[in-house]
Write a protein that binds this ligand. Structure first.
Ligand code: DP6
Length: 324
């Protein structure tokens, strides 16, 4: 009873920010993402009656008890769906440094959902896998698919209408994403804690909710019509609005550092010089810059010249789930 699956990370163009149900990972708003070609998690799961507990090995090291508890909680759901009670050994490997500022929970839970259900003998389609991956980490529901993906927030209390689906294949529109690493220090406020605190305490959160649906619809239209300038301007303002909500939280917090601001300024100056480039930032200080393939080298070179930039990684839209 063994299976191996691979899923790629995704970056949010329209952010998932805030839950309406924490235990079911139901979001307050629709979101939109690009699955990246360069970064993925490969996970092998083997269920065995011989195991007294679950074991989780991450990048060849036994995971901490907190991580282990999260994995066991997730596998309990899979066991519940299958009617089997066996424990499992889970081997997971990221092809990128876990502390390098890329969301590993998205690719991690998407790969775990696929490998664990296959290993236990369930045959789930992508919609059910997306719903299951969501229960590990919300953004993981989008990593089931490649290319450009939307996550429909859904309305129902049981979450059965909250899952991701593809909007455009990656090959339909090739865009470039320059991932800019400004620090590999782990963040002090996780996205989970950050969105919860913001929903509960930030007076700016209602402003987020008032405008995010229009951002989502316009960004989706821009994607469908390949309107790069429109897409870029919407994703940039959506990211800024998300980060603005954190400043109003109690206690307030901020994901940026001074190097984040340097990258933002450089992107603005590239645009003044006629190069279309737009930034987005998830729950951390590192920045992703969206541009067209014809400009990717110029964008990358200008960002690498900034003294506080540690590294850049050039990505394109990547594939959905694969079984190995
Ligand atoms: C800012 O999916 O990591 O990256 O559901 O609590 O695990 P949990 O949160 P997570 O949050 C991602 C937040 C974000 C925006 C996004 O990816 O849409």
């Amino acid at each position: 009873m063994k299976a191996t699956a691979r899923a790629h990370t995704n970056i949010a163009l329209i952010k998932y920010w805030g839950k309406r149900d924490e235990s079911l990972f139901l979001p307050m708003n629709n979101s939109l993402s690009i699955t990246l070609d360069k970064f993925h998690t490969t996970t092998a799961v083997e269920f065995c009656p011989c195991l007294p507990v679950d074991l989780f090995i991450m990048n060849n090291q036994l995971a901490s008890s907190t991580e282990m508890a999260r994995i066991t909680h997730f596998l309990d759901r899979v066991r519940g769906m299958s009617g089997k009670s066996w424990h499992a050994v889970v081997h997971s490997t990221n092809n990128f440094p876990t502390a390098a500022g890329f969301a590993s929970s998205a690719s991690g839970y998407a790969a775990l959902a696929a490998a664990s259900t296959k290993a236990i003998g369930l045959d789930l389609g992508n919609k059910a896998l997306s719903q299951l991956a969501r229960l590990g980490s919300g953004s993981a529901c989008r990593s089931i698919y490649g290319g450009y993906v939307e996550w429909q927030k859904g309305e129902k209390n049981d979450g059965t209408d909250s899952f991701a689906k593809p909007v455009l294949e990656g090959g339909d529109w090739d865009l470039s994403i320059v991932s800019v690493l400004v620090t590999d220090t782990p963040k002090t406020v996780s996205s989970r804690e950050g969105m919860k605190r913001t929903v509960e305490t930030s007076p700016f959160y209602s402003g987020w909710l008032d405008s995010v649906e229009a951002d989502f619809l316009h960004a989706k239209e821009a994607l469908i019509h390949h309107d790069f300038e429109l897409l870029g301007s919407i994703i940039e303002s959506n990211a800024l609005k998300m980060h603005a909500t954190t400043l109003g939280a109690n206690p307030p917090f901020m994901y940026w550092n001074s190097a984040t601001l340097d990258v933002i300024k450089e992107v603005q100056s590239l645009r003044s010089g006629g190069i279309q480039a737009y930034f987005t930032i998830d729950a951390g200080p590192n920045v992703k810059v969206l541009c067209q393939p014809k400009d990717e080298q110029a964008v990358r070179e200008s960002l690498e010249k900034l003294p506080n930039v540690q590294n850049t990684y050039l990505c394109h839209p990547g594939p959905g789930l694969t079984y190995l």
